[in-house]
Design a protein around this ligand. Structure first.
Ligand code: PEP
Ligand code: MG
Length: 754
């Protein structure tokens, strides 16, 4: 004889099969199914929620609730009773749901009349893919029998939710909502942010048709006037634009010098004297330079070639009097679309109106991208053919966060962009108000927040964030931006500028961390098979000791009379650290012997980036003044997962039991030895990750200047003692990621994680 569970379940399953095998659309099938379940389970209401991503459940079908609520209700994993079921992959049965601590009331749903609640998870490959619920008006204790029946039904429903038909239905919904647009193109983000406006196609280059001049003097005269006019206008433009300070200003200055360069002008006028028109003379001067420099691998010289192209095009415009489309669009919000662009080109527009930039041939190191970042303009590059396709005046939206461009976006997409832009403005306002407030949690724990610095552009963040200092100075960045290896003097210049800008704040210098993806233009690429685990970072500077000696000498001189903090990257064992420290100490002695002023205090630390060092903390911590954890590299080595491989980005999560346990081990060892410990990898700059780190005991975090406000805002809404218990409990989780739990925790506790 069959058990009652099987009997009743079989009865329901037979009815369900009739529905699933029918011809209805999947949405109707689901509606019918929940109605059958409510009826057969003697419930007043039933609902089916489906996971639409890793964190969100959406109501797909319901019976006994307000009409038309399907697809209007979403919940996070962990939110309310339904979210609780999905998060823990386990049923929840409540005789009176209103009394359950996890109950969250959704007015739109119309569940005021209901008391009892039973929810079971829909599971596939041990992951929740949805939740099935029943509810009744009466207070009702669910029996084990009822729970078993619901779980059996859930098994069958799970198959349906995981089916191809469902997946097509989900895709269709996404499309209908305008999340996917047929006019959406994927590119590469060069500057973050969202913007929408009328396209302005930036077209300046034209083909020179008249090559030979009839009257040399007349031609010279045209050239002189155009050249003078261009430089006068550039001068005016730069002096009237509010640019602040930073690398972008240096770039624009260099550009102006270029435009005024006598050698270049001489070359063009020589060509005119030789019989060419002014236009052809400019092109010939450019081609000469191009022939000489185009084969170079030197990034600096390549950029100069870009600048020359830009200045040449600009001069052509002055000769012809045709400035392209610049003045032709009458809109307050514009998106500039260019094949390529020079940094000064941006200044041709009223930059306060530029909401986005699309550069077909753009690269991240391109000067115009750096200037755009400084001005807060989102930039997307590398969408093949987009320059020819977009027409001036067309409505375009730029998503600089994920690198998308939308042409003529649907109403829904426009609404989304407007909301994002507004959200960002509000956030910016809120974050700037935080500047003078202390970085302290609700229960009075001080969290020191530092910024990471590379480009001199980042220095502006010291003042704007009012940070506690610089937790990581990536010294290789100025080396990478330089045309040749900077000597000690030049290095002292970089480091002193930083010390001066930091005022009395703490500064941590990291020794040269080149190799892997950070190549110096004047150093040949070794062509290694596995550069991330190859000859890089401290391995190079210990083998080429002169480089390290010169660098630490420059540190010592730049910090004369002040506190100097130096750390070494990619240390894999104690002896590497001792060798590097020894090099620094020998240089210190030499400086003293030469009678030079030395720092008043020298602290020597290391980065924790290689897993092997985590197992030598007891040996290394007594010898180190501080440690800083480079979670970007540490995670790539712990998970054996290339940090730059986009295919792997979703596969492993630093917010998972093993990685968090490792982080906890490090911070507790540092505390045991009384050694200052910070995190300077990307993990520190994301509010949810930073929250977990604080829960584990971290009190010093260093991040990019642009993340600072969001992390500070999280800190000020956090209660350390509470989060600490919660994060420690998650360490034992076997889940691939505990991110959903942490996000739910933050929501439930009012912690700000924008
Ligand atoms: C890190 O690895 O986390 C780190 C801060 O160093 P970089 O990102 O410069 O390798
Ligand atoms: Mg690193």
């Amino acid at each position: 004889m069959q058990s009652p569970v099987v009997n009743q379940a079989m009865d329901i399953l037979r009815l369900l099969r009739e529905v699933t095998e029918g011809q209805d659309a999947i949405s109707e099938k689901l509606e019918k199914i929940v109605k059958i379940i409510a009826g057969k389970m003697n419930a007043d209401a039933a609902a089916c929620y489906v996971a639409v991503d890793d964190y969100t459940l959406e109501l797909f079908a319901s019976y006994g609730f307000n009409h038309g609520v399907s697809h209007k209700i979403s919940l996070r994993f962990g939110e309310g009773l339904v979210g609780e079921v999905a998060q823990n992959n386990r049923y929840v049965a409540a005789a009176d749901a209103w009394k359950h601590p996890k109950f969250s009331y959704k007015q739109e749903m119309g569940e005021d009349d209901y008391k009892s609640f039973l929810g079971v998870p829909l599971i596939r490959w041990s992951r929740s893919i949805g939740v099935l619920t029943i509810q009744s008006r009466e207070v009702h204790e669910y029996s084990q029998l009822e729970i078993d029946i619901m779980e059996t039904i859930a098994m069958v429903l799970s198959e349906m939710i995981a089916s191809e038909e469902m997946s097509d239905y989900k895709k269709m919904l996404i499309k209908e909502r305008g999340i996917i647009d047929k006019e959406k193109s994927k590119g590469v983000s060069l500057s973050k942010g969202y913007g929408m406006g009328a396209a302005v196609v930036h077209r300046r280059r034209r083909v020179v048709t008249k090559i030979f001049a009839e009257d040399k003097d007349k031609e010279m005269h045209r050239l002189e006037i155009a050249y003078r006019q261009m430089n006068d206008d550039l001068e005016k433009k730069f002096t009237s634009t509010q640019l602040g300070i930073g690398e972008h200003v240096e770039i624009l200055d260099a550009y102006r010098m270029f435009a005024q360069d006598k050698g270049w002008y001489k070359k063009i006028s020589g060509n005119v004297q030789g019989g060419l028109t002014a236009e052809a003379a400019i092109e010939r001067a450019y081609e000469d330079m191009w022939n000489r420099l185009s084969a170079t691998t030197d990034a600096y010289l390549k950029e100069r070639l870009h600048d020359l192209r830009d200045v040449s095009d600009r001069l052509q415009s002055y000769l012809s009097g045709d400035f392209g489309t610049i003045e032709k669009v009458d809109a307050n919000d514009i998106i500039v679309v260019a094949q390529t662009m020079g940094p000064a080109d941006l200044m041709d527009y009223d930059y306060t109106k530029i909401r986005g930039l699309i550069i077909e041939d753009g690269t991240p190191t391109m000067h115009v991208a750096i200037v755009a970042r400084a001005l807060g303009i989102p930039v997307v590059a590398k969408i093949k053919g987009i320059f020819e396709e977009i027409k001036t005046g067309e409505l375009v939206a730029v998503d600089g966060n994920d690198g998308y461009v939308y042409r003529n976006p649907s109403q829904q997409v426009q609404e989304k962009f407007k909301a994002k832009i507004l959200e960002k403005q509000k956030l910016q306002q809120k974050l700037s108000e935080l500047r003078t407030k202390p970085s302290e949690t609700l229960d009075g724990v001080k969290i020191s927040l530092y910024i990471n610095v590379g480009l001199s552009f980042d220095l502006d963040y010291i003042e704007s964030t009012n940070c506690d200092g610089i937790g990581l100075y990536r010294t290789e960045i100025p080396f990478m931006a330089s045309e040749n290896m900077p000597d000690v003097e030049r290095q002292v210049g970089y480091y002193r500028e930083l010390m001066d800008k930091a005022g009395g704040r703490k500064v941590i210098f990291r020794s040269l961390d080149v190799g892997s993806d950070k190549l110096l233009p004047y150093w040949s690429n070794m062509g290694e098979e596995n550069p991330a685990i190859g000859w890089r970072s401290i391995r190079i500077t210990l083998d080429r000791r002169a480089i390290l000696r010169k660098q630490v000498r420059a540190f010592l001189r730049a910090a004369a009379g002040k506190e100097l903090n130096v750390m070494f990257p990619m240390i894999s064992n104690l002896s590497e650290f001792e060798e590097a420290r020894e090099t620094l100490m020998l240089e210190l002695e030499k400086e003293k012997r030469k009678g030079r002023e030395v720092p008043e205090k020298v602290n020597v630390g290391l980065m924790i980036e290689v897993p092997a060092i985590v197992f030598q903390l007891d040996e290394i911590l007594p010898k180190a003044d501080f440690i800083s954890i480079g979670t970007n590299d540490l995670a790539q080595f712990v998970f054996a997962c290339d940090r730059g491989n986009p295919r792997l980005t979703e596969r492993y999560d630093v917010l998972s039991g093993p990685f968090l346990s490792m982080m906890e081990l490090i911070v507790s060892k540092a505390a045991k030895y009384g050694v200052y410990c910070s995190v300077c990898g990307e993990m520190a700059g994301s509010p949810i990750e930073a929250m977990a780190l604080i829960g584990l005991g971290y009190r010093n975090l260093s991040m990019s200047g642009s993340s600072f406000g969001r992390v500070k805002s999280m800190v000020r809404s956090l209660n350390v003692s509470e989060v600490s218990d919660y994060v420690r409990m998650l360490l034992k989780s076997g889940k691939k990621s505990v991110r959903p739990q942490l996000i739910s925790y933050a929501y439930d506790h009012g912690i700000e994680i924008y």
